[in-house]
Design a protein around this ligand. Structure first.
Ligand SMILES: CCCCCCCCCCCCCCCC(=O)SCCNC(=O)CCNC(=O)[C@H](O)C(C)(C)COP(=O)(O)OP(=O)(O)OC[C@H]1O[C@@H](n2cnc3c(N)ncnc32)[C@H](O)[C@@H]1OP(=O)(O)O
Length: 143
């Protein structure tokens, strides 16, 4: 069963954009009564896609997730805040760093960093093949 988490409070990142907030529910728990890691990973995948979506403006696929680190358990009813930053824009892919912070109803205004991950998304065409990403400041080229 879940115990109270030790005090290990974090500042919210000023250099990343808040891209998603969500509250996990009892249906999202594992056998320990904590939130299932796979559920958190799915939310991180969605959160990580938000900034690339602004560049890619079309279909995209997650090609890689690196160094998924679970630092603290997530509890039912925590308010999770997902912060993201683009760390690389390649030819057809973009890499994003996502950090997740939990806020508990009894300790509002205090945040615990629960996980972080680096994800790479590929812009894909209608055939599911990689297509070039238009980088900021680049003119679009007519086909
Ligand atoms: C406006 C605001 C609202 C927005 C609101 C959100 C809306 C937006 C919703 C969408 C939400 C999507 C988020 C869920 C997305 C899934 O859940 S997708 C499902 C899971 N993923 C898949 O099924 C993908 C399966 N893989 C594939 O189909 C193919 O591998 C791919 C992705 C098309 C790539 O094809 P490939 O031939 O392997 O590609 P390749 O030419 O070798 O490499 C392409 C690029 O990927 C990179 N790459 C390849 N392998 C790796 C690797 N292991 N590590 C790192 N990079 C790699 C390459 O370096 C290359 O990058 P560039 O150098 O060109 O920049």
């Amino acid at each position: 069963m879940s115990q109270d988490r030790p005090a290990s409070h974090s500042q919210l990142p000023a250099d990343k954009e808040l891209v998603l907030k969500v509250i996990p529910m009892p249906a999202d728990t594992n056998g320990n009564g904590d939130i299932f890691g796979g559920w958190v990973m799915a939310q991180v995948d969605l959160a990580g896609s938000v900034l690339p979506a602004r560049y890619i403006r079309g279909r995209m696929a997650t090609v890689a997730v690196n160094e998924f680190i679970f630092k603290q358990p997530v509890r039912v009813g925590d308010l999770l805040s997902f912060f993201a930053e683009v760390t690389r824009i390649g030819n057809t892919s973009m890499t994003v760093q996502v950090e997740v912070y939990a806020e508990h109803i009894r300790t509002q205004g205090s945040y615990v960093k629960v996980t972080e991950a680096s994800l790479t998304y590929v812009a894909i065409d209608e055939n599911g093949r990689p297509r070039p990403i238009q980088k900021p400041g680049e003119e679009s080229v007519a086909p």
